[in-house]
Design a protein around this ligand. Structure first.
Ligand code: 4FV
Length: 224
């Protein structure tokens, strides 16, 4: 079973995303164990302060090193992978999601304020990952994205294993083909006939062609 510790200043942030739908079912089925750690529980001052002003000046506050390293060390073992979510990280991809899904123990460190004291990162973090080139109010949202994407690669999490294998970006690295279901005609718009004929060779050819067309149009970079 994969064990994930999510370290943040807002453990309650995760109550919704981790207690619904596929993630909830996976936890209930014992396919993954997710624990929420409050970094503020590891402060060394009676005011439970976790942030302070940046050396060298500038706007905002910085997360202090002590509570961060103590929080990480409180859960870290020999086979732990510590991932810090930050805009300075490597772009998060399906390949990274699959890689992280194979970890026995994953620690996700969620930033806040302007960032975390670099000495804590140098001391305890294995890698930095970014979910995109924009700035969030805190790293918790990024941790939800990483947990959700990684868990889909854990056998038994998705109803049908094929789903993760046939994902966008997985099969051939293309965007997905268009999907249709009943009714056969909706507001005058019909379902493409090839999908109604039951000829799976023709269906797969059509789907691949549609995926390629969409990828060329929306994400030509994926074809390079
Ligand atoms: C982020 C990202 C992100 C930066 C300041 C939290 C925020 C605050 N994390 N991918 N993009 N983090 O914007 O992962 O500390």
């Amino acid at each position: 079973m994969m064990h994930i510790d999510v370290l943040s200043l807002f453990p309650r942030y995760f109550c919704g995303p981790f207690d619904e739908s596929i993630i909830k079912r996976a936890r209930d089925k014992g396919l993954v164990d997710i624990s929420l750690v409050d970094i503020r529980d590891f402060t060394d001052n009676k005011h439970r302060r976790v942030d302070d002003r940046p050396y060298g000046g500038g706007p905002g506050m910085v997360l202090m090193p002590h509570p961060v390293v103590e929080a990480i060390r409180s859960v870290k073992t020999a086979d732990t992978r510590v991932v810090y979510l930050s805009p300075q990280g490597k772009p998060f991809t399906a390949a990274k999601a699959r890689e992280l899904s194979q970890c026995q123990h994953l620690v996700l460190l969620c930033g806040h304020y302007e960032g975390i004291d670099q000495r804590a990162l140098d001391s305890e973090v294995d890698e930095e990952v970014s979910i995109g080139d924009y700035v969030l109010t805190n790293g918790c949202a990024a941790a939800v994205v990483v947990v959700d994407a990684a868990m889909r690669f854990i056998p038994g999490v998705l109803g049908d294993e094929r789903s993760a294998e046939e994902d966008s970006f997985e099969a051939e690295g293309l965007l997905d083909w268009p999907h249709y279901t009943r009714p056969p005609v909706f507001e005058g718009r019909e379902v493409p006939h090839v999908l109604m004929q039951g000829n799976h060779k023709e269906i797969n050819k059509w789907r691949y062609a549609e995926a390629l067309k969409k990828t060329r149009h929306i994400r030509p970079d994926l074809l390079e």
